[in-house]
Write a protein that binds this ligand. Structure first.
Ligand code: AKB
Length: 315
């Protein structure tokens, strides 16, 4: 069957790189990207539409116009911005998802991808090797929407047989498009400022370990999950997905190996620390490994080398 992909929220950190990979795989003419505003770069043959995922009539028109076989919903408000606008975060993250789930069922979309996050865990979840199934008591509104979203995905799968697939992304590190409004954003900011100014003031404390993933792994993992035979998908809420875990102090030391003059300092009153303190330090992704063969490739050393090599020419 010929695939036709519709991506909503394609201008963000994950969308911009996932769209490139999907265009390479399915052909530029079969990938429609969309967002609330124009992307900064759009090649002549790329198809892009302005859409607000909360505008159901416009969204319906978009689905009817392109009749997608696969849908990627990446429009979301992340954890730090969500704390500033909790109502908007709920509206976008939950009502946007509901609009897409309803239309996917109504218009018979074959597969849907929606990312969840490690933010679904909370202060009573285990900190180390956090299991797929454990206490989940998110305290950020972002985490609350992601956990509610997971339950909706599983519900739509059971009730309407919707083939929805999801992973709980950790912090994503990438050099092409910066993240925005997240608690894990420091792990990208640090490279940009190290190259620009030779120093970085981190908003998380030196020993705050968090799970992270390199973009190349995140894109490959998403495509592997979407490619997996349906009978191999045992989880319809969202799969735990691990790459690596490190602290600000550890990544700082790794950067110093390549940029010996790099200096790091810390602020101790940033509200993002309170969110990070409730998140896991490391994730157990045994189900993703077992069900669809997930295996990350990048470690801290290879990420640091790749980030600096690529950003050197851009910063
Ligand atoms: C955030 O920090 O909010 C995101 C996430 C872990 O989902 N990067």
């Amino acid at each position: 069957m010929k695939e036709r992909i519709l991506m909503i929220g394609s201008n963000g950190q994950i969308g911009s790189e996932l769209a490139t990979a999907l265009r390479r795989r399915f052909g530029t003419e079969n990938v429609i990207t969309s967002d609330i505003r124009e992307p900064t770069v759009l090649k002549e043959d790329e198809i892009f539409e302005i859409i607000n995922v909360l505008d159901k009539p416009a969204l319906t028109d978009l689905f009817e116009k392109y009749k997608p076989t696969q849908l990627y919903l990446l429009a979301a408000m992340l954890s730090a911005t969500g704390e500033k606008y909790p109502q908007k975060a709920w509206d976008l993250n939950i009502n946007g998802l509901l609009n897409v789930l309803d239309l996917a069922v109504e218009l018979d979309v074959k597969k849907v991808f929606w990312p969840s996050s490690i933010a679904v865990f909370g202060p009573h979840s285990p900190k180390q090797n956090t299991d797929q199934y454990c206490v989940m008591d998110p305290v950020s509104i972002y985490g609350v929407t992601k956990l509610a979203g997971e339950r909706l995905c599983e519900y739509y799968h059971h009730k309407y047989k919707l083939d929805i697939r999801s992973v709980r992304f950790p912090g994503i590190i990438s050099w092409k498009t910066a993240p925005g409004g997240g608690t894990t954003d420091y792990a990208v900011d640090i490279f940009i400022e190290a190259l620009k100014y030779g120093r970085y003031t981190c908003f998380l404390s030196a020993n705050t370990a968090l799970p992270m993933l390199y973009m190349e792994d995140a894109v490959r993992g998403t495509m592997e999950l979407m490619d997996a035979p349906v009978e191999q998908i045992s989880i319809r809420s969202s799969y735990n997905l691990a790459g690596l875990s490190f602290t600000p102090s550890e990544i700082g030391k790794e950067i110093k190996k390549i940029l010996p003059n790099f200096e790091m300092s810390y602020v101790d009153d940033d509200p993002r620390q309170a969110i990070a303190d409730t998140w896991p330090a490391s994730i157990d992704d045994a189900y993703a490994r077992r069900d669809w063969g997930w295996k990350p490739k990048f470690d801290l050393e290879s990420i640091t080398e790749d980030m600096i090599a690529n950003l050197k020419t851009n910063v």
